[in-house]
Design a protein around this ligand. Structure first.
Ligand code: COA
Length: 183
């Protein structure tokens, strides 16, 4: 559990989700994205046992943020291995811009280090995630199975040298869990 003071008057706690959080997590995702697709995705990942980590941010007893991780398959011509991917994540609109998203990402990445993950992927805002160490995965010859611009598919190396920067020799594709195909 992580506790932090994100504004002058209010403390935010980050902790793993529990069974009683499911409705509030749905609400946070639907409100933040302005549509139900990502909230439905979180439910589908949970149903499929594909949520490898799900953390919530609580402020004054209210659930205000959520971050999900699931395992993706990285495959090239010779090898295949699993690695965690961040997403979706969401903070209630009224609580955005106050460091809660950063707190969730930092807690999530710390948990990934504890789980001995070497890398973490994200498909997301190219101007937000680099501050946490994410760089375009293309640099390492890795692309995402979805038709997304190269700069939005990023990877964060949790261990130095976890990937070799040799995009010319490797061509690997990241495959997301089935629930992501329905979004
Ligand atoms: C993205 C999100 C989770 C960030 O949460 P947050 O609590 O507002 O994040 P923080 O307060 O830690 O950081 C705020 C920073 O994020 C930036 N940010 C927020 N949304 C962004 C976006 N769509 N693209 C780029 N940067 C964004 C803000 O500009 C701000 O930057 P600054 O620190 O330079 O001023 C939140 O804005 C959100 O829920 N957005 C809607 C859902 C979404 O897009 N989720 C991410 C999917 S990849």
């Amino acid at each position: 559990m992580v506790k932090a003071l994100v504004s002058a008057c209010s403390e935010v706690t980050v902790r793993p989700e529990t069974a009683t959080d499911h409705d509030a997590i749905y609400h946070v995702n639907a409100a933040a994205f302005g549509r139900p697709a990502e909230a439905d995705l979180v439910n589908a990942l949970r149903r499929d046992n594909a949520l490898s980590l799900s953390l919530v941010a609580e402020r004054d007893g209210q659930l205000v943020g959520h971050i999900a991780f699931s395992l993706v398959r990285v495959a090239d011509e010779q090898n295949a291995f699993d690695a965690p991917a961040l997403g979706p994540m969401a903070v209630l609109p009224m609580h955005q811009g106050q460091g809660i998203g950063s707190l969730l990402i930092e807690a999530g990445l710390a948990a990934m280090v504890e789980q001995r993950a070497k890398i973490v992927f994200v498909l997301g805002h190219p101007t937000y995630y680099p501050r946490f160490g994410f760089v375009p995965a293309q640099r390492y010859g890795i692309e995402c199975e979805f038709d997304a611009p190269a700069e939005v598919f990023m990877v964060c190396l949790l261990q130095e040298g976890a990937l070799q920067e040799d995009a010319t020799r490797r061509h690997a594709v990241v495959h997301y869990p089935p629930a992501f195909h329905d979004i």
